[in-house]
Write a protein of this length. Structure first.
Length: 201
């Protein structure tokens, strides 16, 4: 007999059985002993909100100013009053220029005188007159038959105002106090605007 024991080799069946057993056996971890390095856990996936699209800046459209509309003039502009020409004034003072028509407002109430003057000026315009004479007088004193007091000289002050009013301006070119032989400060030379197509003013 030999002095040592001979090592027996495993049979193929024994090798297969051992592999099967060890495949299902979990290793025992000893406290403090380092186990085989385990694969690191995957990093946690942080859920991030999807990027919000940038909001386009809100543009406030300015209201466009309306296109200017053409202004329709219903009536032509009334020219300013003009004084009588010097030559015409001289001819009237000398009596070389005839007066086309005369109206005497002396003694009338204001409302009567205003209406009479308006009709007279419009009639002179239609007739194509050039110069008319408006007599205002000094005004009436006392009371009339209706008991209404008429201030002295009121027509002399109000007739020029009436001649400047818009309803008279289309027919009146200008006016001035008359010469002495025509009434002086108690009368007015009034130059009438001619109708269109009749020549002159």
């Amino acid at each position: 007999m030999s002095g040592g024991r001979r090592k027996r080799m495993l049979t193929p069946d024994e090798v297969s059985l051992w592999s099967h057993v060890t495949r299902h056996v979990a290793p025992i971890h000893v406290s403090g002993a380092k186990s085989e390095q385990e694969p690191p856990l995957p990093a946690p996936i942080l859920e991030t909100a999807p990027p919000t699209p940038e909001k386009a800046p809100i543009r406030i459209k300015k209201a466009e100013a309306p296109a200017p509309t053409s202004v329709i003039k219903l009536k032509p502009d009334i020219p300013p009053l003009a004084p009588l020409e010097r030559r015409l004034r001289q001819r009237l003072s000398r009596g070389a220029q005839s007066i086309d028509s005369v109206i005497d407002l002396h003694g009338k109430r204001q409302d009567e005188a205003h209406e009479a003057l308006r009709r007279f000026i419009l009639g002179a315009h239609r007739a194509g007159y050039a110069v008319v004479l408006v007599v205002t007088g000094k005004g009436a004193s006392g009371t009339d038959d209706r008991g209404m007091f008429e201030e002295r000289g009121v027509l002399r002050r109000t007739v020029p105002h009436w001649l400047r009013m818009p309803d008279m301006r289309p027919f009146v070119i200008g006016f001035e106090p008359a010469a002495q032989h025509h009434g002086g400060s108690g009368a007015l030379y009034v130059r009438i605007r001619r109708k269109r197509g009749s020549g002159g003013e």
